[in-house]
Design a protein around this ligand. Structure first.
Ligand SMILES: O=C(O)CCC(=O)C(=O)O
Ligand SMILES: [Fe+2]
Length: 319
């Protein structure tokens, strides 16, 4: 999906995926309401799962980044968003029959165009996502299962064995590259294209994700206090799950800035400051979601209309 990607003024490069310069720190207001490390108890959102302690092992995260770098998906940093589409197919008893190649779409910083190319390397096994993403899904399933309801596990990691004759749902994986100063406009993932159950994995740098109810009460309103927005600190290697109300009734976005005020973790720091300033580095996220039937066909009329809906703002705001 093309989504508005935002850039703060004078955004710096970083050397992980492109040519880099240094990072300048700027510390906008926010110290008074730093990002939270956990979902605060007063924020009750059905289907929102996030626990900084439930995260990918270091070795898995490094492996993912190495794979992404080796495949040069971001084309040396000239592309910042990449989509991999699994094809839906009829489940059959013999493994792998009826599969076609995954498709690959990339877009540049402003996302004015998306190139779609068929990629032979994607179709190497009995699924059409590249092996490192297939492996990631099984790691995620093991890690998340003890911490999310069974119905959510079934939604995210369905067991298709014995489902012969049914249509296997297809996933889309989107990789996003963020250099310091870059973000993504608050949005609800496209309703007509994606189903319920979204997993977002953070690699490299941490960042702040702003979650806000779709119809926000005026700020300061005490009418609906539990519907307050929340700025959530996504720790490197952390895993965020959006389902139900969290997927359909809340927006998620990342403010375009070079660092974040984050609630101090008294366990980690000796001083008793309420907040610490964390400079952003390069972050790569992997978002995994379900394609609705027919949505795996890229480049059709529907895609064109959505492209114009989601023009990439090169916003100057640091939100
Ligand atoms: O990069 C992220 O963490 C979020 C990406 C996202 O929301 C999207 O691509 O729809
Ligand atoms: Fe999204």
């Amino acid at each position: 999906m093309l989504m508005s990607r935002e850039t703060a003024p004078e955004s710096d490069n970083d050397s992980l995926f492109g040519e880099g310069e240094g990072t300048t720190s700027d510390q906008p207001a926010g110290i008074l309401s730093p990002a939270r490390r956990r979902i605060p108890p007063n924020v009750k959102v059905e289907g929102l799962y996030f626990d900084p302690d439930v995260c990918l092992p270091e070795s898995v995260a490094l492996d993912l980044l190495e794979n992404i770098k080796a495949k040069d998906y971001f084309r040396g940093g000239t592309v910042n968003q990449l989509m991999l589409f699994e094809r839906s197919y009829d489940l059959v008893s013999s493994d792998g029959v009826g599969l076609s190649q995954a498709e690959l779409a990339q877009s540049n910083l402003r996302g004015e165009s998306a190139a779609v190319a068929s990629s032979g390397e994607m179709a190497s096994s009995s699924t059409t996502l590249p092996p490192f993403l297939v492996d990631l899904l099984s790691v995620l399933s093991d890690i998340l299962r003890p911490h999310i309801p069974e119905s959510t596990s079934d939604l995210l990691f369905p067991d298709t064995a014995g489902q012969s004759g049914r249509r296997k749902p297809a996933r889309q994986a989107i990789l996003n590259l963020y250099r310091p100063g870059e973000g993504i406009t608050p949005h609800v993932d496209l309703l007509k294209r994606f189903g319920d159950g979204i997993i977002i994995v953070s690699l490299g740098s941490g960042t702040v994700m702003q979650l806000a109810p779709v119809a926000s009460p005026p700020s300061g309103s005490s009418l609906n206090p539990e519907k307050e927005s929340v700025d959530l600190w996504l720790e490197p290697r952390s895993i965020l799950v959006l389902e139900k109300e969290a997927r359909y009734g809340w927006t998620h976005g990342i403010p375009a800035r070079k660092g974040d005020w984050v609630e101090n973790d008294m366990m980690l720091s000796e001083d008793d400051d309420k907040a610490i300033w964390v400079e952003r580095g390069v972050r790569v996220s992997i978002t995994l979601r379900w394609l609705l039937p027919g949505a795996e066909i890229v480049g059709g009329a529907d895609e064109d209309s959505e492209m114009s809906d989601h023009h990439h703002a090169q916003s100057a705001s640091t939100m």
